[in-house]
Write a protein that binds this ligand. Structure first.
Ligand code: PGA
Length: 231
């Protein structure tokens, strides 16, 4: 434990974050480390289910995820939107059409995240609710691999908009304009209830809540053509 972070600037910070937070947290850590150059950081990037296991073993100081598990007693605070969107290759016939009904997805070739993924859970819940049956061609445990598979013509998928942060406005991938999308969710930062946060973890928590206010992800989804996610 660091008694006075401003004096010693040493200590360790362990973070467990879901797969989509890797598009955001490492960048933030860069600026944080400039303020506290002496600290060591361990960052684990994994899906919701594995993060819940890490929580049960009290492995990390802080967690970033979009669906805090009910089974674990947590202090949580939401800090940034994390919408899920339907992503297609730009030459897909549905790209550019407006207000498509959800039924358009029926029988579409689809790439699904692995079991244990919160993205998958949210997608399955919506599809079950509306009795949508996609043709799952492939299951992949990586958002980046899914983007490559979409580009390769294997089908559509549902991804967090944050995964598209480096895609150009006229790049290979496009967001479809479908009813019930985007699925609105937030990122939460959490720690185990009753856990005494270290000075560094507390400093990072405050930094995260403040710095995330300056991140724009509110891209208009008009006509399905633009990703427009400036950073
Ligand atoms: P997942 O979470 O990696 O468990 O799918 C990602 C997200 O909810 O944004």
């Amino acid at each position: 434990k660091v008694a006075d972070i401003k004096g010693t600037r040493q200590g360790k910070l362990t973070l467990g974050v879901i797969t989509t937070a890797k598009y955001f947290v490492p960048r933030l850590l860069g600026a944080f480390c400039q303020q506290y150059p002496g600290i060591d950081i361990a960052l684990q990037v994994t899906n919701h289910q594995k993060l819940q296991e890490r929580m049960l073993n009290n492995e990390d100081d802080l967690y970033i995820l979009s669906q805090p598990p009910e089974e674990v007693e947590l202090c949580s605070q939401s800090f940034l939107e994390n919408p899920l969107v339907v992503v297609a290759r730009r030459d897909h016939p549905l790209v550019g059409q407006k207000n498509l009904p959800l039924e358009c997805l029926n029988q579409q070739p689809f790439i699904m995240r692995e079991s244990g993924s919160g993205t998958r859970q949210a997608v399955q819940k919506l599809f079950n609710l509306h009795d949508i049956k996609v043709k799952v061609r492939l299951e992949l445990g990586s958002n980046e691999a899914i983007k490559q598979a979409i580009s390769g013509g294997l089908g559509l998928s549902v991804l967090s908009k944050h995964t598209l942060i480096s895609e150009g406005e006229n790049g290979e991938l496009a967001i479809l304009d479908l009813e019930h999308f985007p699925i609105q969710r937030d990122w939460y930062v959490c720690y185990l209830a009753g856990k005494q946060l270290s000075v560094i973890a507390d400093a990072f928590l405050k930094y995260l809540l403040e710095a995330s206010q300056t991140i724009p992800i509110h891209a208009p989804l008009k006509n399905g053509h633009s990703l427009l996610m400036s950073h």
